[in-house]
Design a protein around this ligand. Structure first.
Ligand code: NAP
Length: 293
């Protein structure tokens, strides 16, 4: 039977790759630094301890694997990611689906550009899923501002973003991993429309049934709030880069690639907010008033 190794299996996209593959006839192996914890949360056939930064874990993870879902995870460099891909190719992995980012082909500065280029040299069949900005950033990164302050606090001006639902990205990856025939190449995965943050706030307001405003802070104000939360400067600057791209109107491209891979329409932002409404419930009153940052 075909075996698929899913890296970052507990992550934003990986957990949906695992869930979607559960209904297919491939054997799903979830790679994680903590298999015991992951097995509580995920429905995979196999769990394996795996760390990009500990090559001694790679052999067991790759044993008997035919196809690979590869993610470049935060805190892991390009070199470790490509070295792992080389190891996969060496032991006979035939196909890799790589989670990349929209515009990676044009932007040599971002890690995905170099990783895609390297993957082309490995001899594995490859699909690059160049995803737009995940809707799930709104709860995973910015949920606190919505819960505590009823605001979307991002410096994106009036630029539009083609938000994509990470569940759909996971489903597209799973579809290719289950049957890669004819799927080699790159796909630009976006949601069905580009939305500016004023319109995003309007959707939140409507669905959550309380006013959510778009704050559109200056970059120094944005950096100050995030630094006051003790977030690493590198992460804060990454966010600034992402929202500056949106502010400049460079994040709004919409394509049909995702629908073609899924065989259905991608989820809308409204569907996402409805499904994740519990994540945006207002914080308790004292929590809303005592926060300085
Ligand atoms: N966010 C966006 O809008 C967006 C858009 C386009 C592309 N992307 C790309 O998507 C990728 C991130 O995907 P994601 O958001 O699904 O990931 P994620 O949620 O950040 O997941 C990271 C997972 O990686 C695992 N991990 C962390 N360190 C590890 C290590 N040293 N070795 C092995 N595993 C490790 C962790 O699992 P365990 O703790 O279980 O090991 C964690 O659950 C990035 O490359 C990003 O550039 C993101």
């Amino acid at each position: 039977m075909t075996r698929v190794l899913v890296t970052a299996a507990t992550g934003t996209v990986g957990r949906h790759v695992v869930a979607e593959l559960a209904g297919t006839d491939v054997t799903v192996r979830a790679a994680t630094r903590d298999p015991a914890a992951a097995s509580e949360r995920l429905d995979a056939d196999e769990f394996v301890e795996f760390d990009f930064l500990r090559p001694e874990t790679w052999g067991q993870a790759l044993d008997g694997v035919d196809r690979l879902f590869l993610v470049r995870v935060p805190g892991v460099g390009v070199d470790e990611t490509t070295a792992f891909a080389d190891a996969a190719a060496r032991v006979g992995v035939a196909y890799v689906v790589y989670l990349s980012a929209l515009g990676a082909e044009k932007n040599p500065v971002i890690p995905h550009h170099r990783i895609e280029r390297h993957l082309r040299t490995t001899g594995m069949g490859a699909t690059f899923l160049r995803a737009s900005f995940f809707m799930q950033n709104l709860n995973e990164v910015h949920g606190e501002d919505v819960r505590r302050r009823d605001e979307l606090f991002v410096p994106a001006g009036d630029g539009a973003t083609s938000f994509v639902d990470a569940r759909d990205v996971g489903a597209a990856a799973a579809a290719v991993l289950a049957d890669p025939a004819g799927a080699a190449g790159s796909y630009d995965l976006t949601g069905p429309e580009a939305t500016d943050y004023a319109a995003v706030a309007a959707v939140f307001t409507d669905v959550l049934d309380r006013p959510i405003r778009y704050a559109d802070p200056s970059i120094p104000t944005f950096v100050a709030r995030w630094r006051a939360r003790d977030e690493p400067l590198g992460f804060v600057l990454l966010l600034v880069g992402i929202y500056t791209t949106a502010r400049l109107g460079l994040a709004g491209r919409v394509t049909d690639d995702l629908g073609a891979l899924l065989g259905r329409e991608p989820r809308t932002l409204r569907e996402y907010v409805v499904d994740y409404a519990a994540e945006f419930r207002p914080a308790a009153a004292d929590d809303r008033t005592t926060t300085a940052a």
